[in-house]
Design a protein around this ligand. Sequence first.
Ligand code: 6CS
Ligand code: FE
Length: 322
Amino acid sequence: MTVKSTPFNMVTAHKQYSEMTDMPSAQRAKVDDMYPTRLATAPVALTQPRRDAVVKGRDLSGPLSQEQLNEFERNGFLFIPNLISGEELSALCQEMSELMNNDTYRDKEFSVTEPASHEIRSLFAVHKLSKRFEKLAKDERLAGAARQIIGDDPYVHQSRINYKPGFAGKGFNWHSDFETWHAEDGMPHMHAVSASLILTDNHEFNGPLMLIPGSHLEFVPCLGETPEDNHKSSLKAQEVGVPSPEVLTTLVEKHGIKAPKGKAGGLLLFDCNTLHASNANLSPDPRSNVFFVFNRPDNRCVKPFAAPKQRPDFLAHGPEQG
Ligand code: 6CS
Ligand code: FE
């Protein structure tokens, strides 16, 4: 691999600073790159220690108990079964199918299809497309939990529906979301949490999310520079910004793999740096979830730390938009 003279390669990654993109210059802060990644040559150490606390708002109001916060801190995720049920859940499922079947969203950049078919795999910015999902993003059961974890009132950095139809839905390779958001969106610190509400039953055969407990405490720098417009292929199948089989083997030997399963209406909260993946859905049952990424306002994105240019807004909203 050759080292190019762009500011995005290994040579400059360690001393790379980013500036706030949309603030007057007087207010611009220099932000240090705490987590160099997308390296041109293999790093000496396979992982770096995390440099940000995991739970930052223990004393703030919210729905989670101290025990639940402890579990989140230890494992990097927390599954809350049956958070939503009955008519409230049916209304959310109905909303999801209306959005997924809305033909005006077809062929839009924010609706991502499977690598080898026209089936929608992910629909982004759903809190902007739907009042019901906008309300859900502000719901104290989700946003309050995020507040307790990240230590401030959150904004929505990204939202999406992931949909895996029976027999046809493909999987997601192992990755840390933070690695992508840091490299490609300029998220400075690990102060974000994902809340994924499952809208179908998740069982072992329909491609539930798998996580490596404890992996959130280590950052895995990834090899390979970010190609131009990487998101156009990475959202279908991520190839850049994924840990090597060697690192994954070590981490799984150390921590194992967990796949929380349950009825529709369960909520999975997971840290932005927890390694996760999912298999294809070879069962007849669809598997879907609606997913909000909550970020701390003082951790708003700056310039990408390791990509040629900013990704579109639908992948990374700012605090004013989110
Ligand atoms: O690109 C994103 O923001 C999200 N999508 C993928 C496939 N990986 C990173 C992150 O979860
Ligand atoms: Fe992810």
